[in-house]
Design a binder for this molecule. Sequence first.
Ligand code: SF4
Ligand code: SF4
Length: 341
Amino acid sequence: MALSSIARGAAARIGLKPAPISVGFEITHLCNLECRYCDRHTPGPHEMTREQILDALGGLHALGMRHVSLDGGEPLAHRHIDEVAAFLAQRGVRIYMNTNGVLVPRKVATVRLLSKVKISLDGPPACHDAMRGEGSWQKAINGAIVARHAGVGVELTCVVGQHNESHIEELVEFADTHRFRIVFQPARNSLFLDNTRDGSGFQLEAAELRRVFARLRELKLAGSPSIANGWASLRHFLDFPQDVSLPCAAGWINATLDPEGNLFHCGQVDRNDLTHNVVRLGARRAFEGLVRKGCTQCWCARVVEENYAWGGRFHRMLPPRSVHAPPAPPSPSSRRLPVVA
Ligand code: SF4
Ligand code: SF4
């Protein structure tokens, strides 16, 4: 988290005046892939028009928005993504994007406006393609390389579950070799939490999940340069999914906007309350009306890390003092991974 964000966040806390400094904007739920564990690849019936999007973002900017994380669905598949990114960049907003990477080569002019592109990667090619479709690993990596050559920061995101648990070390070795950074976080049952879909078959048992994160912690301690999780999220996931009370910045400096204009203090909790809609109420009323309530199941690695920073729990962010960290044994299968430019 940038120092300026921490300072603004601290000011918001002291003054007790919330501001949507960092907004996660799911611009569309349309996606060009249909990953097996995802329930977010069909556009909603009332997604905002171009004018409504620009009004909403303009209103949030006037309230203090300085960072936007464009999300989906697939944000690059939205028909107005070029204009939306340009609108934000012209206002000095730092733009991040979560993408599957497939459309990055076609949208490179827009990608150049981003501060960082975050590309999902499940594992080695066969593992990734089994979840996301034939050829999607190569397209994701091509997207990462094109973004890197365009001068944009690239971060890979890996959701850890039953589908890839046995491939995590291969993935780390691949990323170490090709100078990519990866953030790991646990698979959840449903992104929408609306009980219409059971994704528990993709989730790991608690003991398995903790074993994976313990190994990631060992690899990071042993000097793996690719593991981009901070110590706060690695520590947090060592206990996951046990209920843990942690500081929560949701609604104080963060907010999530869905494609239909519904604003939430946090997109990871209850989405049934559609009261705070920016199209109906305008950005100010929608944001001011949010209920700011934390939870005990914080799951997104970067959000976990921001929350510990927001709460001043700096000791959680420091490396562990005494963990035996043997060097990672070479993984024979990793030699089969393709070499990339
Ligand atoms: S690329 Fe992302 S949004 Fe699209 S189907 Fe896959 S997980 Fe869902
Ligand atoms: S603690 Fe809960 S409400 Fe707060 S950011 Fe994390 S998931 Fe969202």
